[in-house]
Design a protein. Structure first.
Length: 228
């Protein structure tokens, strides 16, 4: 009976297109090397489909996503990590950002040649569209539209001052999206650079007919289990 259920599950997954994720295309660029000059200086471009995943690692400023000393709800543009996402089909898009102690860094505050992580509190903002024209500014609004990046439309944000990992998901139509990823440290004595790893993943939304099929398959599994 166990083998029969496993085989039926595998068949349902195949019919529904719920097989393993593919690899998204992730292109990283050094600061100031954005292939689309002007506006936001993107450090990573992610092209992702409906059942994909892709990751990158880097270091950001400890107060990059928000530094309350100048103004609340304000991030530092050049010490945050900006990501341009090309979502090629409507899907659930998930971003997970973790501390990463294995990011090479030899500057001030490094820990044995790596960026510190003790004050890395992952926080990020989602905007619709990319911004690749005009100039940028030293700061940006992390909970609303950015005045100097007129092409960006604020959608959502996650502010975190206590967790070492942060995750959020959104159902989004196909299109271009921008993410400002950084740290939200509340410690004045924090090392200036903090290591992070970020993973984007997608899962497609089944069509109504497929959802009905999945429900029917689940009912079949329950009936088989009850007959044992």
């Amino acid at each position: 009976m166990k083998m029969t259920i496993q085989k039926t599950l595998a068949t349902a997954a195949l019919l529904l297109g719920l097989t393993g994720a593919n690899a998204a295309t992730v292109l990283n660029y050094a600061a100031g090397s954005d292939p689309n000059p002007g506006g936001v200086g993107y450090k990573t471009y992610v092209t992702i489909g409906g059942a994909d995943s892709g990751s990158f690692s880097n270091h950001v400023g400890a107060w990059s996503w928000e530094d309350e000393n100048p103004t609340p709800n304000q991030g530092w543009t050049h010490t945050s990590h900006w990501v341009a996402v090309d979502l090629q089909t409507s899907a659930w898009l998930t971003l997970t950002v973790d501390r990463d102690p294995n990011v090479a860094f030899l500057g001030s505050g490094n820990v044995g040649g790596f960026a510190a992580v003790n004050n890395m509190f992952p926080s990020f903002t989602l905007y619709q569209n990319w911004d690749n024209d005009d100039l940028d500014n030293h700061t940006y609004t992390n909970n609303g539209n950015v005045s100097w990046a007129e092409d960006l439309v604020y959608m959502s944000h996650l502010a975190n001052t206590s967790l070492t990992s942060a995750t959020a998901s959104w159902y989004l139509p196909a299109g271009q999206y921008s993410f400002a990823v950084g740290s939200n440290s509340t410690s004045a004595g924090s090392p200036p650079r903090q290591g992070l790893s970020a993973t984007f993943s997608t899962s497609p939304v089944p069509e109504p007919g497929r959802m009905a099929f999945l429900a029917l398959a689940s009912f079949g599994f329950c009936m088989r289990r009850r007959r044992r």
